[in-house]
Design a protein around this ligand. Sequence first.
Ligand code: ATP
Ligand code: MG
Length: 425
Amino acid sequence: MGAPLQAIRGMSDLLPAEALAWQQVESVLRGVLGTYGYREMRVPLIERTELFQRSIGEVTDIVEKEMYTFDDRNGLSLTLRPEATAGIVRAAIENGMLRNQRHRLWSTGPMFRYEKPQKGRYRQFHQFDIEALGFPGPDIDAELIVMTARAWRTLGLQHLELQVNSIGMPEGRARYREALTGYFRGHLAVLDEDSLRRLERNPMRILDSKNPAMQAVVAAAPVITEYLDAGSAAHFERVQALLGDAGVVFRVNPRLVRGLDYYNRTVFEWVTDQLGTQGAVCAGGRYDGLVEQLGGSATPAIGCAIGMERLVELHRVCGGTVPAPAADVYVVAVGEGATAAALRLAEQLRDARPGLAVEMNCGGGGFKAQLRRADASGAAVALIIGEDEVAAGTVGVKPLRTDAAQVNVAGGGVLAAVAPFLPTG
Ligand code: ATP
Ligand code: MG
């Protein structure tokens, strides 16, 4: 026997009560997205490393230092997915989904990034990923954002601020990058090691820096807004107008550039001040060039990813309650013969009323112990079968949440006797 093993740093277990809270939040998201025509898609957790290098970009936090990369037994370099968009786009191309078609898709599951674990930042975390492929926008841009706003409303979330920006097209960004490089060269003394490295290859990433010592210099840097092409500017105007028309409050943040290379035009984040320093709950943007970059035919697209750990936590902070799971009936069985009769009864009840939560006392115990478990199960009624009931072909029906007396009924009458005590009547 060795010492008990521990989970890997930055990777959490979701215990049943937490899993329930997650299920509830996920089911709201599924429901809302379904009503907008979004359909689920599932892709592998592991892809070729090259996929992420080619999509996310070489000079990004993710590809430079956060990927879980390993060789398989054949020497092929694989990576645990750090985000979902690349895999979904790969799959859409591979399955011929993008030949003059449009798809509204969502996917959810674990992502892996080798980051410094802290509250709201983990090494295995979960995203709810939303992608709209084949839509040039700006209508879909606005709809996507309006839809997320509806999801927050349905979940009862508050304290979320929507920030939007446009980062234009690659040509404008190239000019902006030059301006930015020039500016930061004038402030070399303030730049940290990461930023110095990015200065020549990807200066926009410097704007993402969370280093407090650099915030003043970052805040005074040129903004991308002045480098937008006319098409992108018009697109951005339209997105803002549609959001305003839909009553979605937003703030234009000209310094929002996002940490992945594949974005263009619309980018946005939903940010909260309720979760400490890791306040971005949902982030996304348009990525019109990515499909082509990964070998598909040019397809406009936009998407976003919701950080589930942060969303579930915000839901909790905002008072979102999760009902404790409760059995409807608990079957108490004492004695050898009673066990078979009790299992039969439980199955009959499940057949007669699908959805009825019937918890069977497995593992024996006397009447008193079993009734204690019945009480703890949250059940409205205990059904009691002992040797006497087996002999008589009856079942004891004992209401657990009212003063009503226990009655004994014939096996066939159980459901009728139980019904008045169930929450749904
Ligand atoms: P940051 O700049 O904070 O690292 P990011 O740009 O890397 O964020 P995205 O790749 O846009 O984050 O991911 C979308 C969302 O997924 C984030 O807004 C956040 O809610 C969540 N997220 C990202 N990384 C993590 C993580 N390591 N742990 C928990 N949630 C995360
Ligand atoms: Mg990150």
